[in-house]
Design a protein around this ligand. Structure first.
Ligand SMILES: [Zn+2]
Length: 244
């Protein structure tokens, strides 16, 4: 359980998956799931984004590899490569279409988000539910839509809350807490932890109500939060009823 939203190094990420990740899109690199690497940091190579209201991840497809003088950012992202095989874009696109049109179960995707150099966040599993080829004014790019898996994990609620911490906040918290647990100083198995936003009478998440905790201290916190579930559900339905 503790693996979700865990902060890990690049090396730990590779060890966890037991594969080498040479690129951002890795269709079925594992027998039962795919792996993507993403980032919403300034200067990130692709335009990925989190939809904080729904937890949906919108992920951009990848460019043609650079050849000669042509800037890959000026040409259409490829569906197939020169020998006619599907690119990673093509494989993910076909999987999304199979889910949408043929009632095939959605492709499961493990998502890792880059927070800083060598620092990654394990965002857990998502399902690929849609894809489009969009014209951005200059060229065609792929946009993939992934939703958090509808799993029955007992900490799913906790997980949903932590997924919506904006990346900029994660980066600031990481710096402020010097990459270590604020309770014991451990640098192992760290997680982002935040107060239930409603307790402050609002839903905004800033670095003030987020901190770094090791797995041990995060787990004791998590059990406490689970005790509040009925209360949170009550607040949520109240807000829904108000149309907030
Ligand atoms: Zn600790």
């Amino acid at each position: 359980m503790a693996r979700y939203k865990a902060i890990i190094s690049y090396t730990e990420m590779l060890q966890q998956e037991g594969v080498s990740l040479q690129r951002g899109m890795n269709f079925r690199i594992k027998p039962n799931y795919s792996i993507i690497l993403m980032s919403v940091r300034r200067g990130a190579p692709y335009n990925d984004r989190w939809h904080d209201d729904t937890g949906l991840l919108e992920y951009e497809g990848h460019d043609e590899p650079k050849k000669g003088d042509i800037d890959p950012k000026t040409i259409n992202q490829p569906l197939r490569n020169s020998n006619g095989n599907l690119t990673e874009n093509g494989k993910f696109y076909e999987a999304a279409m199979a889910y949408k049109n043929k009632n095939v179960s959605p492709e499961e995707i493990q998502v890792y988000e880059k927070i800083s150099r060598g620092i990654w966040c394990d965002q857990g599993r998502f399902e690929l539910i849609d894809a489009i080829i969009a014209h951005d004014g200059k060229r065609n790019v792929f946009r993939f839509f992934m939703q958090p898996t509808q799993s029955s994990h007992r900490n799913e609620l906790f997980l949903k809350q932590t997924r919506i911490i904006p990346t900029q906040v994660k980066v600031e918290v990481w710096k402020r807490d010097h990459g270590s647990c604020v309770i014991c100083g451990s640098k192992e198995n760290l997680h982002f932890d935040h107060d239930i936003p409603y307790s402050k009478g609002g839903s905004s998440i800033t670095e003030k109500n987020v901190r770094l905790l090791c797995a041990k201290h995060n787990l004791s916190k998590s059990d406490k939060i689970m005790g509040y579930v009925p209360w949170i559900a009550g607040v949520a339905s109240f807000l829904l009823a108000r149309g907030a």
